[in-house]
Write a new protein. Structure first.
Length: 490
C-alpha cells in the first residue's frame, strides 16, 4: 500500500492535508469551502461528542436545539457582537426558485423575504431572544443549555477541519442570577475542556484569558485553552466566555430576585468544534499516518491472520473468536480483518495509516507457540506476547500508549516555551525556534497590534497560573507585572 504522505519536515501543511485525506477522515466537497467528513473521521468525532456530552450532563447541562436561521434584526441588538461576525455571515434573501422557461432554475425575484435571515454563525442572539420567554424568576435559574449544531462562517481560505465555511460544534449558553455564578460556570467549563483535551485527546493545553482585543464579540472575558502543534504553531482548542449582562440587556431577559427586585440575568457561552479533529492530527501524527490516542480511536485493536490455507485460518479464527468477547468485555473496540482480498502487508500499512493503537498478527507458528506478534502504533515497536492473559495485557498496554502519547506531546510543548526579554530576541526566536514565546507586554491594544502586524505573532493568552514578576514590555519598555504567551497560530 503506497501511502504517498509528504514528510512533515518538508512541507507541514501538505503533510497535514495528505493524512486527513489518505486516512479517510475528510475530503473537500463540491460546495466551495465545505468538507465531507467521511465515516472513519466522523466516528472519531462521535467519540469526542459522546465524552463531552456526558461531561456536560454531569455538570448539570441539558441539550436543546435552536433554529439555523436568525433574523437580521437580532444581530443589530448587540453592537459588538454583530461587528464581530458581520464579515463572515451568509444571508438568505429569497424563499423560492422558479423555472425561467428555458430549462434553467433561477431565484424568483418576487419571493423576497421581508427580513433577511442570517445562517447561524453562532447562536447567542436567537437563544437570548428565546430565553426571554423562559426566565421569569430566580426559580428558573440557573438555566444550563447546550446545543450540538452546525454553523456557517464564510471563509475565503479553507483547510479541512481547521477552517471551513460550515463546521460542526457544540455551544453552551447559560443564564445565572449573579455575576459570580456566571464566572464560576465560565471557569468550570474551561476546566471541562482542558480535562478532555489532556485526558482523552492526549494534548497538553495552557489555560488562560484572551486579551480584550482577542475576546469573543460581546464578551466581558474570554477564557481559552491553547495547544501547541508539532510545527510549533498554536491552536485555540476551546473557549469559554463570560458575557456579563450584555445579551440579557439587549434582549430584555430579566428575572425577579428572592428580594423581589427585577434584574437582568448574567450569561455565559462556551464551545468546541471539529477543529479538535485538526488538533488531534497535528499534535501526534507522523510521516506514516495518524497516531490516535486509544481513548478516541474507533478501532483500538486490529487482528490480522497470517495463514497458508483454510485449516490455518480456521485455527486462528477459533482463537480470535474467544479473544474478541474478552476484549469487548473490557470496553476495548476490536476488528478482525480476515479479508482474503488483501495481503497482510497491505493491511499492516492501512491500519498504521489510520492510527490503530495496537495490531496483532497471528500465524500458524504463533498458534503452535501460543503467542501473537504485537505492534504498537505510537512507538512502532513489535514484540511477541503470550496468548494467555492477552486481554489484560492489551488493556494495560492501551493505558500505557495513551499516557506515552500525552507525555511525548507535553515534553514537546515544554521544550518549545521560550522566554524573550527584548523585541530583538523575540523576533529572532520567531525565526529560529517555533513555539510559545513568554514575554512581557504593556497591556495596550496598540502594542499588541504593532507586534502582530510586524511579526504575525499574536498573544495567545494570559495564562491563569501566571506568576507575578516585574519586567518591561518587549516593544515599548513600559512596566509589566506578568508575562503572556505569544505565538504564530492557526
Amino acid at each position: 500500500m503506497s501511502k504517498g504522505i509528504t514528510s512533515k519536515n518538508d512541507d507541514y501543511s501538505q503533510w497535514y492535508n495528505d493524512i486527513v485525506i489518505k486516512a479517510d477522515l475528510a475530503e473537500h466537497s463540491s460546495v466551495k469551502g465545505c468538507m465531507v467528513i467521511k465515516p472513519y473521521g466522523y466516528s472519531i468525532w462521535e467519540k469526542m461528542q459522546a465524552v463531552l456530552d456526558q461531561k456536560f450532563k454531569d455538570t448539570g447541562h441539558s441539550n436543546a436545539y435552536f433554529p439555523l436561521f436568525i433574523p437580521k434584526s437580532y444581530f443589530s441588538k448587540e453592537a459588538a457582537h454583530v461587528e464581530g461576525f458581520a464579515t463572515e455571515c451568509a444571508v438568505v434573501t429569497h424563499y423560492r426558485l422558479k423555472n425561467d422557461g428555458n430549462g434553467n432554475i433561477i431565484v424568483d425575484e418576487t419571493a423576497k423575504l421581508e427580513e433577511e435571515l442570517i445562517v447561524r454563525p453562532t447562536s447567542e442572539t436567537i437563544i437570548w431572544n428565546t430565553y426571554r420567554g423562559w426566565i421569569e424568576s430566580y426559580r428558573d435559574l440557573p438555566l444550563l443549555i447546550n446545543q450540538w449544531a452546525n454553523v456557517v462562517r464564510w471563509e475565503m481560505r479553507t483547510r479541512l477541519f481547521l477552517r471551513t465555511t460550515e463546521f460542526l460544534w457544540q455551544e453552551g449558553h447559560t443564564a445565572h442570577s449573579t455575576s459570580q455564578e456566571a464566572i464560576e460556570e465560565t471557569e468550570r467549563m474551561l476546566d471541562v475542556y482542558a480535562d478532555f483535551a489532556e485526558n482523552w485527546m492526549a494534548v497538553p493545553v495552557v489555560k488562560g484569558k484572551k486579551t480584550p482585543t482577542e475576546r469573543f464579540a460581546g464578551a466581558l472575558d474570554t477564557y481559552c485553552i491553547e495547544a501547541l502543534m508539532q510545527d510549533g504553531k498554536a491552536l485555540q482548542a476551546g473557549t469559554s466566555h463570560f458575557l456579563g449582562q450584555n445579551f440579557a440587556k439587549a434582549f430584555d431577559v430579566k428575572f425577579t430576585s428572592k428580594e423581589g427586585k427585577l434584574e437582568h440575568v448574567w450569561a455565559t457561552s462556551w464551545g468546541v468544534s471539529t477543529r479538535l479533529m485538526g488538533a488531534l492530527v497535528m499534535a501526534h501524527s507522523d510521516d506514516a499516518g495518524l497516531v490516535l490516542p486509544p481513548k478516541l480511536a474507533p478501532i483500538q485493536v486490529v487482528i490480522v491472520p497470517i495463514y497458508k490455507g483454510e485449516e490455518d485460518l480456521a485455527k486462528i479464527s477459533t482463537f480470535v473468536d474467544e479473544l474478541i468477547p474478552k476484549l469487548k468485555g473490557l470496553g476495548i473496540s476490536v476488528k478482525y480483518d480476515s479479508r482474503d482480498s488483501q495481503r497482510p502487508g497491505f493491511k499492516f500499512a492501512e491500519y498504521e495509516l489510520k492510527g490503530v493503537p495496537v495490531r496483532l498478527a497471528i500465524g500458524g507458528r504463533d498458534m503452535e507457540n501460543k503467542t501473537v506478534e504485537l505492534a504498537r502504533r505510537d512507538t512502532k515497536e513489535k514484540f511477541t506476547v503470550a496468548q494467555e492473559g492477552l486481554d489484560i495485557y492489551i488493556a494495560n498496554l492501551l493505558e500505557e500508549i495513551q499516557e506515552n502519547i500525552y507525555n511525548r506531546a507535553h515534553q514537546f510543548r515544554e521544550e518549545h516555551i521560550t522566554e524573550a526579554n527584548s523585541y530583538q530576541e523575540f523576533k529572532e526566536l520567531l525565526d529560529t525556534k517555533t513555539g510559545f514565546i513568554s514575554a512581557h507586554w504593556d497591556g495596550t491594544a496598540e502594542t499588541e497590534k504593532q507586534i502582530k502586524e510586524e511579526t504575525k505573532a499574536t498573544i495567545r493568552c494570559i495564562p491563569l497560573n501566571n506568576k507575578q514578576e516585574d519586567g518591561v514590555c518587549i516593544l515599548t519598555g513600559k512596566p509589566s507585572t506578568q508575562r503572556v504567551l505569544f505565538a504564530r497560530a492557526y
